[in-house]
Design a protein around this ligand. Structure first.
Ligand code: OGA
Ligand code: NI
Length: 370
């Protein structure tokens, strides 16, 4: 298959997928065509029955009723242990705010390319801005996705040049939305700690001034959704990720469970919570980060708004002492979270490979076959 050279829309060597889509290519450029085993159709994709997907009712977690609280905490434990992700309903964030952030994100992606390129993401970095994240080489396969990223907290991560002035309400909305999502993350971490029998504040105390970033993804339709991926398989380098899926969009997010890709059917007004690598390390693997990816649709586009919440960069991360004993060896080493962040963002997304950084290899693995 030949690549269609559309030199005018190149971002470095990277085609802008929205512009590419406008040209209605009948042949997908080779850089987007996945090797056979990576294609969306290569592993069975199961259709989960609605009841399988864990749903957590946040209002019950903050309930005064101890029975209700206990039941919901135990459901939270199951969701984190067996799935590494769940959808949260009654999360307390105003629906009008969810609508506003979706609107400004959508409006931003609909701007002319030249306008969006005023906030360029340098290829090979994810410093923030518009473009394709996690691209490091010319032979790397590209995602069928446009991305806009902003570092939010602590404030020194903010790069004012990258904050769009158009749409007019963009920055203000991101600011308000992010405050609300931050509170949700803090609360969820408290309940996650409780679900492990730990003191509720343990993670918050440990995290210092937590890092928060927002990533907006726009997936245009693709004439050959069977050949491309919207987003490469990966686990998130965060502690928790909060993902909002656009209303009336196609189903695109999939999570890997028992070697099968499970599509996440959005529940209206719910938020998707994804366990990230940091929680896997802190819990010594009791709650594992979940590998996920996004697929595209032949005629429908899709938008997602993703918040990453992680410890402050100078924090030392390692399994919490309370979860270790003589029968439960420590499976992850201690490291500086800033170092992990750096490692994560300087490597292409490849399933859970980044987390190898933190794993202590067991003796049997080191010895290999006798
Ligand atoms: C991400 C992510 C999935 C989606 O941005 O980290 O996993 O559905 N996104 O957009
Ligand atoms: Ni992700």
């Amino acid at each position: 298959m030949a690549t269609i050279p559309i030199s005018s829309v190149k971002v470095g060597h990277i085609d802008d997928v929205q512009e590419l889509r406008k040209t209605q290519p009948t042949i997908i450029p080779q850089r987007f065509v996945r090797d056979k085993i990576e294609r969306p159709t290569s592993l069975t994709t199961v259709e989960p029955s609605a009841s399988d997907i864990p749903t957590i009712n946040f209002s019950k977690l903050s309930s005064e009723n101890t029975d209700e609280l206990r039941t919901e905490i135990s459901q939270l434990a199951t969701a984190c242990k067996d799935w590494g992700f769940f959808q949260v309903v009654n999360h307390g964030i105003d629906l009008s705010l969810l609508e506003s952030i979706e609107k400004v994100a959508q409006d931003f992606f609909m701007l002319p390319l030249a306008e969006k390129q005023k906030y360029p993401m340098a290829p090979g970095t994810i410093q923030g801005g518009y473009g394709q994240a996690f691209v490091f080489s010319e032979d790397q396969k590209l995602d069928w996705c446009n991305t806009f990223v902003l570092g939010l907290e602590p404030k020194f991560l903010r790069c004012p040049m990258l904050w769009p002035t158009n749409p007019e309400k963009f920055s203000e909305t991101v600011e308000i939305y992010s405050k609300e999502v931050r509170k949700l993350c803090q609360n969820l971490l408290k309940y996650i700690a409780m679900s492990l029998g730990l003191e509720g504040e343990i993670f918050e105390k440990m995290f210092g001034e937590a890092v928060q970033a927002i990533r907006m993804n726009y997936y245009p339709p693709c004439s050959r959704p069977d050949l491309v991926l919207g987003l490469s398989p990966h686990s998130d380098g965060s502690a928790l990720t909060v993902l909002q899926q656009g209303k009336n969009n196609s189903v695109g997010l999939q999570i890997l469970k028992d070697d099968q890709w499970v599509p996440v059917q959005p529940i209206p007004n719910a938020l998707v919570i994804i366990i990230g690598d940091t929680i896997e390390v802190l819990t010594n693997g009791i709650y594992k980060s979940v590998e996920h990816r996004a697929v595209t649709h032949k005629v429908k586009d899709r938008l997602s708004i993703v918040t990453y919440y992680a410890p402050s960069l100078e924090v030392e991360v390692g399994p919490v002492q309370e979860l270790l004993d003589e029968n439960t060896p420590c499976k992850y080493r201690r490291y500086n979270h800033g170092e992990y962040s750096e490692h994560y963002i300087t490597n292409k997304l490849q399933g859970k490979k980044a987390l190898e950084f933190a794993k202590i290899q067991s003796k049997s693995l080191n010895q290999g076959p006798m």
